[in-house]
Design a protein around this ligand. Structure first.
Ligand code: X2X
Length: 329
């Protein structure tokens, strides 16, 4: 017997595959989070919603700063994106790139929950995509091939690969370094050839991408900022789903985000410092700054903070500062 037309229509409303964009693959917490999300959705939807992950920002030819626009336009169905990569489109996301706004996980949690998170999600939604949950890339530490960095002066003249938001150019210029903006795909060959001397990324990326093998011998723990990740869905795709499907995709994103954040922090906590040992075991010199040494970096980058606070919006920045301070108590 033929199926009623309404049943056929409902069934064909699902795409055979929903494309999920990430910058990093499953060797990294970020890509692992994508795998977990896809798996949870597949299980809970009993296979109705089939998500396939495309790491390397490959759906936008590796140009990670174009990812958000591609989700909005429908070339990408879902994404787990870094606030850094999307900040050229949503200027308020530069909040997370303000140097030394927060320097620990508690402070970071304050920026991805409560009023600040609500404001940020509203802005992401206004940019034309549906935000569902938070993840984390992590605190971005400094590495280079030339010398140990303890003072801003040590950065003078060094070429650093930076990510795709202009605030990073300002920060590295303020420290006396020469920043060059490029994608992660271009960064690795540039480090290998010596076209750039250094970069900044979470230690999980340092170890999984084996940055020691491209000469990155010196690592300074300065914890100047961390980029959260945001799980999003294209609006038309979202609206094509039933309320039940939407609820399960959202809950799966929240659950995957929680697991991903735990992976991103693994080995980087007071009770488990395995990641620092791993970096040292790879032969890198790991430099921890004293509070006074760190203060010199805070001071040197303060004009950048103040300038960008105007771009981001002074009200949002004040709200974020208050949220971070409240967590410290
Ligand atoms: O490009 C980077 O440095 C990375 C992988 O951390 C981001 O996508 C922000």
């Amino acid at each position: 017997m033929a199926l009623p037309a309404a049943v056929i229509a409902a069934e064909t409303a699902y795409k055979p595959e929903y494309k999920l964009s990430t910058v990093l693959g499953p060797a990294f917490p970020w890509g692992k989070g994508g795998e977990i999300w896809a798996e949870l959705v597949r299980e809970r939807s009993k296979g109705r919603i089939n998500i396939k992950m495309y790491p390397g920002a490959s759906l936008v030819g590796g140009d990670q700063t174009r990812e958000l626009a591609a989700v909005r336009q429908g070339a990408i169905d879902l994404a787990i994106g870094s606030t850094i990569n999307w900040s050229p489109q949503v200027k308020e996301l530069n909040l997370y790139a303000l140097p030394f706004l927060t320097q620990d996980h508690a402070g970071l949690d304050a920026l991805t929950s409560g009023e600040v998170a609500k404001d940020i999600f509203a802005l992401v939604e206004k940019a034309g995509v549906v935000p569902l949950a938070w993840g984390e890339n992590g605190f971005r530490e400094l590495s280079n091939s030339k010398r140990e960095i303890r003072r801003p002066d040590d950065m003078k003249g060094l070429k650093f690969r930076v990510v795709g938001s202009p605030i990073f150019n300002d920060t590295f210029s303020a420290l006396g370094a020469n920043p060059t903006q490029m994608s992660w795909a271009d960064a690795q060959p540039a480090l290998a050839s010596g076209a750039v001397d250094g970069q900044e990324n979470p230690l999980h990326i340092y170890t999984a991408a084996k940055l020691n093998t491209v000469g990155q011998k010196y690592v300074t723990l300065w914890g100047y900022l961390a980029d959260p990740l945001i799980f999003v869905v294209n609006k038309q795709v979202w609206e094509s789903w039933s309320p039940e499907d939407r609820a399960l995709v959202r809950q799966a994103a929240i659950d995957a985000g929680r697991q991903e954040i735990a992976l991103a922090r693994k080995g980087l906590t007071a009770s488990d410092d395995a990641m620092y040992k791993e970096v040292t075991a790879l032969g890198a010199t790991l430099t921890r700054l004293t509070p006074a040494e760190k203060e010199a970096f805070v001071r040197a980058t303060r004009p950048v903070y103040d300038k960008w606070a105007q771009t981001i919006g002074p009200d949002l920045v004040r709200k974020a500062e208050a949220a971070v301070a409240a967590r410290r108590k």
